[in-house]
Write a protein that binds this ligand. Structure first.
Ligand code: HEC
Length: 183
């Protein structure tokens, strides 16, 4: 319909103006359409209540936390790649070093370690609600548990228990994500 109108207007406009005008019309049309029928996922957001608690973190801490999070995801990717390559020993090592209780970032979730050493970790520890710290610790300990199971898989050759243990790790990621948000 829009195209038909444009076609009829053509004689009144120079070519370049028609192109600019049509871009405008298309944009307006797209906007109108979006208003009339929101995509299904928007609809879901409107009806599903967001029950996550909002964290009150100062900007540098937000950035630090999000970069830690991206590192978590990269670690997870490296773990899956190692498992896929049939190398559970390597997967376990990555998990212990980058996600486990011994990982640098774990200090922020561990109240006993958050006070000394790493200043950012101490600050994170101080701002994190206790429930969030607990969820963080649950994730770090499940990663260490996965490392132990993965080490065993190297001997048995059975990857199933390691995969199940890794699912517990991602379950802990997801649990915290459904409980907290930055904004
Ligand atoms: C203790 C809580 C907690 C745990 C555990 C946790 N996250 Fe997060 N993560 C968060 C919060 C809070 C955000 C910000 C979400 C928001 O504001 O919408 C976040 C954001 C992220 C982001 C987005 C980063 C960005 O730059 O926007 C990624 C990716 C992520 N997490 C990956 C993971 C992975 C992978 C794991 C598990 C290995 C994990 N997280 C475990 C709390 C957690």
């Amino acid at each position: 319909m829009i195209e038909k109108e444009l076609y009829q207007m053509k004689p009144m406009f120079g070519c370049a103006r028609v192109i600019a005008f049509s871009a405008c019309l298309v944009a307006a049309g797209a906007l109108a359409q979006e208003k009339a029928s929101p995509p299904a996922h928007d609809h879901m957001h409107m009806t599903q209540k967001d029950a996550r608690s909002e964290l009150d973190f100062p900007p540098p801490m937000r950035q630090h936390m999000l970069s830690q999070m991206r590192a978590h995801l990269e670690a997870l990717q490296a773990i899956l790649a190692a498992l896929g390559a049939g190398n559970p020993g390597k997967a376990g090592d990555i998990a212990e070093k980058r996600l486990g209780l011994g990982a640098l970032g774990a200090a922020a979730c561990d109240p006993s370690r958050a006070t000394g050493g790493d200043g950012m970790a101490a600050m994170m520890g101080a701002h994190m609600p206790p429930q969030m710290r607990e969820m963080g610790m649950a994730m770090h300990s499940s990663a260490s548990a996965f490392a132990a199971v993965a080490a065993k898989a190297r001997e048995t050759g059975d990857l199933k228990p390691a995969l199940a243990a890794l699912a517990t790790v991602t379950e802990n990621c997801a649990a915290c994500h459904s409980a907290f948000k930055l904004r």
